[in-house]
Write a protein that binds this ligand. Structure first.
Ligand code: CAA
Length: 390
């Protein structure tokens, strides 16, 4: 049996991480949550929230200190995204997609490329998006058709990427393109493309069910000529890099889902204590209590799985692929259930825009779809289990 002193810290968040959680919560309560409904209503990027996150260094916390970043580890980054999502799901895509866009560089780029592109993101002067999906290549990402043809010491990109989060707002884009036709996953390479490169343009913002404050647009590449030194990692190594990146960032989507669900539970708890029916607070009815209990239980299970996955992400453990997929899939399904139940607890009020839970329910849905549908996550998990890596 351990002494109380020895048990301190056993399977709990380190003090430093609890402090980060509190710091993010304070910033978000004061400066992010107040903009969430308006960003949703007007489908407008929440610039004030972005500025608040930049001031507190929570907009791209994962960028290492040597590139001017806060150097947050994967667990701290998860805590930031969870807390931002609790206040505003669309805003949580700022730190999440900055990680998604820059991770291919951190994992595979030359030092020179990292030095050039990471500091502006760390300073909050630029955001970084990730361009993998195409109109005809969603779950089947290997079937992309965007091409990058070598021309001397340049590459020329042509094609269309779809569902690109923060497109138009981001200054930089990691773009996956075919460099060897017919070579399937071994013929895809990754490049940095800048918004200002000639031939880059954007489609109209998609009219979405949720995360409306985060622009989602097509990105068009029309003979975009970029220097060959914008290649990220080895030629033909882009698909593996894309998948490796998603292993890490599926953990951040789990955190986003968790935050959205927690925001909805918090609201439902407050409402259940206030709302009077049949002469008492509805929180006194066991039917409501059982719903609240299930919501809290499922969220806590999702949280533990997400934090365990974050540890694996930080260490790049062999079972990260499995844990990233499991955490994303489980937390997203929990977020959908919990936000739907929150609307139910608020009844007719929950179904209106006068209360935030309908927004949270709409925002939760995307977490079951992007960074790989939950069906794709189950394919990934099953393959890893069958390889003994689950
Ligand atoms: N790490 C490293 N390499 C990996 C890997 C991983 N986790 N997973 C696969 N690979 C490699 C394989 O080893 C294989 O390499 P070789 O060709 O050298 O043998 C290659 O990649 C192809 O792998 P598969 O044969 O498994 O490929 P597949 O065609 O069967 O596809 C898939 C697998 C899991 C379905 C994959 O296509 C996938 O994840 N699809 C979903 C795409 C996705 O998640 N899109 C999200 C877009 S980003 C987004 O949504 C962001 C946002 O808006 C916020």
């Amino acid at each position: 049996m351990m002494t109380a002193g020895q048990a301190a810290g056993l399977y709990e968040l380190p003090e430093e991480h609890r402090e980060i959680r509190q710091a993010v919560r304070d910033v978000c309560d004061a400066k992010v949550r107040p903009n969430a409904a308006e960003a949703d209503e007007n489908s407008e990027f929440p610039r004030k929230s972005y500025e608040a996150l930049v001031s507190a260094d929570f907009h791209a916390p994962h960028i290492p200190e040597q590139y001017g970043g806060a150097g947050a580890d994967a667990l701290a980054t998860v805590l930031v995204i969870e807390e931002v999502a609790r206040a505003c799901a669309a805003s949580s895509l700022i730190p999440a997609v900055n990680k998604l866009g820059t991770l291919p560089l951190l994992l595979g780029a030359s030092e020179e490329l990292k030095q050039r592109y990471l500091p502006p993101v760390a300073r909050g002067e630029a955001m970084f998006s990730y361009c993998l999906s195409e109109p005809e290549a969603g779950s089947d990402a290997v079937s992309m058709t965007t091409r990058a043809d070598q021309d001397g010491d340049h590459y020329v990109l042509n094609g269309v990427k779809r569902w690109i989060t923060n497109a138009g707002e981001s200054e930089y884009y990691t773009v996956f393109a075919v460099t060897e036709a017919g070579a399937r996953s071994r013929g895809i390479s990754a490049f940095v493309v800048e918004k200002s490169d000639e031939g880059v343009s954007f489609g109209a913002p998609e009219k979405k069910l949720g995360i409306k404050g985060s622009p989602t647009r097509e990105v068009y590449f029309d003979n975009v000529r970029i220097p060959a030194d914008r290649l990220i990692g080895p030629l033909g190594g882009g698909f593996a890099l894309a998948m490796q990146t998603l292993d890490h960032t599926r953990v951040t989507i789990a955190a986003q889902a968790l935050g959205i669900g927690q925001g909805a539970l918090d609201y439902a708890l407050g409402y259940a204590l206030e709302r009077q029916q049949f002469g008492k607070a509805i929180a006194e009815f066991q039917g409501i209590q059982f719903m609240l209990a299930d919501m809290g239980m499922k969220l806590e299970a999702a949280r533990q799985l997400t934090y365990a996955a974050a540890g694996r992400s930080e260490r790049s453990d062999a079972d990260l692929t499995y844990f990233g997929a499991a955490a994303k899939c489980f937390a997203a399904d929990v977020a959908m259930e919990v936000t739907t139940d929150a609307v139910q607890i608020l009844g007719g009020y929950g179904y209106t825009k006068d209360y935030p839970v309908e927004r949270m329910m709409r925002d939760a849905k995307i977490t079951q779809i992007y960074e790989g549908t939950n069906q794709v996550q189950r394919i990934v998990m099953a393959r890893q289990l069958l390889k003994g890596l689950g």
